[in-house]
Design a protein around this ligand. Structure first.
Ligand SMILES: NC(=O)c1ccc[n+]([C@@H]2O[C@H](COP(=O)([O-])OP(=O)(O)OC[C@H]3O[C@@H](n4cnc5c(N)ncnc54)[C@H](OP(=O)(O)O)[C@@H]3O)[C@@H](O)[C@H]2O)c1
Length: 328
């Protein structure tokens, strides 16, 4: 397999602390350049990671020594720069959420389809080995038939200067935190989930949603309850509730590479803790991306992106009537 040559768009703090250190461990990928709107910033980050600094995102896309772009920009900028990147012939690993609206996601996927490029949304948690173990309970029978998946992801408020509070930049808790749980429900219960109800609480000052919840259901009648928000005690958890038992775990979306996952399993036979080995889902994600680009079959990944965008859009629609302004 040929080494995949990557350019990064934007000196994001998440890229710096998680994705670029993992990229350095991946034999299948080479970091060529990092671009910023500010040339000094690009050069500083490039020096830190041993690559080229590029002034401006357009300049990055002109480079012929780059096969794929990693885009950790605010969600509201993904359509503009994702479109330009695919038009420039690059494959694309886009940070979550892939797009601010379903129309935006569908337009990017249509272009990727026309140009035969992989576009993928970076939910690295799905590559963590703890998710393979969690998924095994859906079919193993150990907790019986799973009727309900309950998940929560919330954290204390970020400063109001953060792009997550800016509507024009694709801010809001649904796109930032709720998207993880829509993805988790999709992984556990399948594509095509129906939205049975949702609520979003709006922040009066910024006009973005600051917390919310939704109930989703698949054709087999399995239900997902998801709760998410910016203004919470930190929590990041999933529970599977079955006819004969229950499994729950914490840090399921954000496990750092040294985290030791632990599952709490309660059944009629008794309760136990199952310890799992640590895993580096950032590195797994890079490996997966390189292998998938090389494999050249992208249809199922485009379908998954479209389904996720539909789900978020339907949660927003279902919450429409119940969206409330936050006055405090
Ligand atoms: N997968 C995960 O687990 C995970 C975790 C955290 C964040 N994320 C995602 O990663 C992306 C970046 O998040 P972050 O926390 O790293 O944000 P951040 O530190 O603010 O980085 C965003 C970058 O976007 C660029 N940018 C371009 N136009 C901008 C504008 N008008 N306002 C703000 N920034 C602008 C900036 O780069 P230059 O100034 O260098 O051009 C900035 O450094 C988001 O999509 C977020 O959802 C994913």
């Amino acid at each position: 397999m040929q080494t995949l040559r990557i350019g990064i768009m934007g000196c994001s703090s998440f890229a710096r602390r998680a994705m670029i250190p993992a990229l350095a461990l991946c034999d299948d990928i080479q970091l060529i350049a990092v671009a910023s709107r500010d040339a000094d910033k690009a050069n500083r980050m490039a020096a830190e990671f041993g690559c080229r600094g590029v002034a401006g995102y357009e300049e990055l896309l002109k480079r012929e020594d780059i096969d794929a772009v990693y885009m950790p920009l605010p969600t509201g900028l993904h359509e503009e720069w994702g479109t330009k990147a695919v038009q420039a012939g690059k494959h694309l690993l886009v940070e979550k959420s892939f797009a601010a609206t379903e129309d935006s996601a569908l337009a990017m996927v249509a272009l990727a389809r026309a140009r035969n490029r992989l576009v993928f949304e970076n939910f690295q948690f799905q590559t963590h080995s703890q998710w393979a173990r969690l998924k095994s309970f859906m079919a193993s029978g150990e907790i019986g038939a799973v009727h309900l998946v309950r998940s929560t992801f919330g954290f204390p408020p970020l400063p109001k200067t953060n792009f997550r509070w800016d509507k024009a930049l694709g801010g809001g808790a649904l796109l930032d935190a709720g998207a993880y749980m829509a993805k988790a429900a999709q992984l556990l219960l399948g594509l095509g989930l129906e939205v049975r109800g949702a609520a979003l609480q709006m922040d009066e000052e910024t006009g973005v949603d600051c917390y919310g919840e939704a109930m989703l259901r698949n054709a087999q009648g399995q239900i997902a309850q998801v709760a998410f928000g910016f203004d919470y005690f930190y929590q990041c958890r999933v529970e599977l509730l079955g006819t004969k038992g229950k499994v729950s775990s914490n840090r399921v979306f954000t496990a750092p590479p040294d985290h030791l996952p632990s599952l709490s399993i309660e059944t009629q036979a008794g309760n136990r803790e199952e310890m799992l080995p640590p895993d580096n889902h950032y590195l797994n994600m890079w490996r997966w991306f390189a292998v998938t680009v090389a494999a050249g079959e992208y249809q199922s990944h485009w379908d998954i992106l479209c389904d996720q965008a539909r789900l978020l859009s339907e949660i927003r629609k279902a919450a429409g009537e119940s969206a409330r302004q936050r006055t405090s």
